[in-house]
Design a protein around this ligand. Structure first.
Ligand code: HEC
Length: 136
C-alpha cells in the first residue's frame, strides 16, 4: 500500500490568515445543510437517532453532547475533520460518508476553540456553527 502524504490537517485547516473574501459561518444555513446531509443518521434534533441509525453497525453520535464530552468546549476542529472526511484515521475506519463535495463551495472562516480562524468550505462552516447552537 502506498502511503499517501496527506497533510495531517486538511488543506482547508492549514490556512493561517483569513482572506478578505472569506464569509462568516451562517448557522441558519447550517441547519439546512444538516437536514439535507446529516439528519438521516444523526436525527432531526442531532441526538443520533435518525431513521438510518437502525441500519448501521455503529451508532451515529449524539451531536448535542460534543461540548459536554469535551470539557465544556465545543470541539470545532474535531467536528470539521469528521465532516470533511479527510482525517486519515476517520477516512479509513469511519462509518460516516465522505462529504468532499462540500468543498466545491466558497470558503468561510470559523473560529477554532483556541480562537484562530479556520478556513473551510461554507457548508461545513455553516453546519459546524449550527451544531454549536444545539449543544447541551
Ligand atoms: C450514514 C450515516 C451518517 C451520516 C449521513 C452522517 N453521519 Fe456523522 N456519524 C455517523 C456515525 C455512525 C458516527 C459515529 C461513528 C464514527 O465516528 O465513525 C458519526 C459521527 C459523527 C461525528 C463525531 C462525533 C464525535 O463524538 O466526535 C460528528 C461531528 C458527525 N458525525 C457529524 C456529522 C455531520 C455534520 C453530518 C452531515 C454533514 C453527518 N455526521 C452525517 C453517521 C453518519
Amino acid at each position: 500500500m502506498t502511503t499517501s502524504i496527506r497533510p495531517f490537517l486538511i488543506g482547508a485547516l492549514a490556512a493561517t490568515a483569513v482572506p478578505a473574501m472569506a464569509l462568516e459561518p451562517d448557522p441558519i444555513a447550517g441547519r439546512g445543510v444538516y437536514e439535507t446531509l446529516c439528519a438521516s443518521c444523526h436525527g432531526d434534533e442531532a441526538r443520533g437517532d435518525g431513521p438510518l441509525a437502525a441500519l448501521l453497525t455503529v451508532m451515529p453520535a449524539d451531536l448535542t453532547q460534543l461540548t459536554a464530552q469535551n470539557d465544556g468546549v465545543f470541539p470545532v476542529i474535531q467536528v470539521i475533520r469528521q465532516i470533511d472526511g479527510r482525517d486519515p484515521m476517520l477516512a479509513h475506519g469511519g462509518v460516516m460518508p465522505i462529504f468532499g463535495q462540500m468543498f466545491d463551495f466558497p470558503d468561510a472562516a470559523i473560529a477554532s476553540e483556541a480562537g484562530q480562524p479556520i478556513i473551510t468550505a461554507q457548508p461545513i462552516a455553516d453546519v459546524t456553527a449550527w451544531l454549536e447552537t444545539v449543544q447541551e
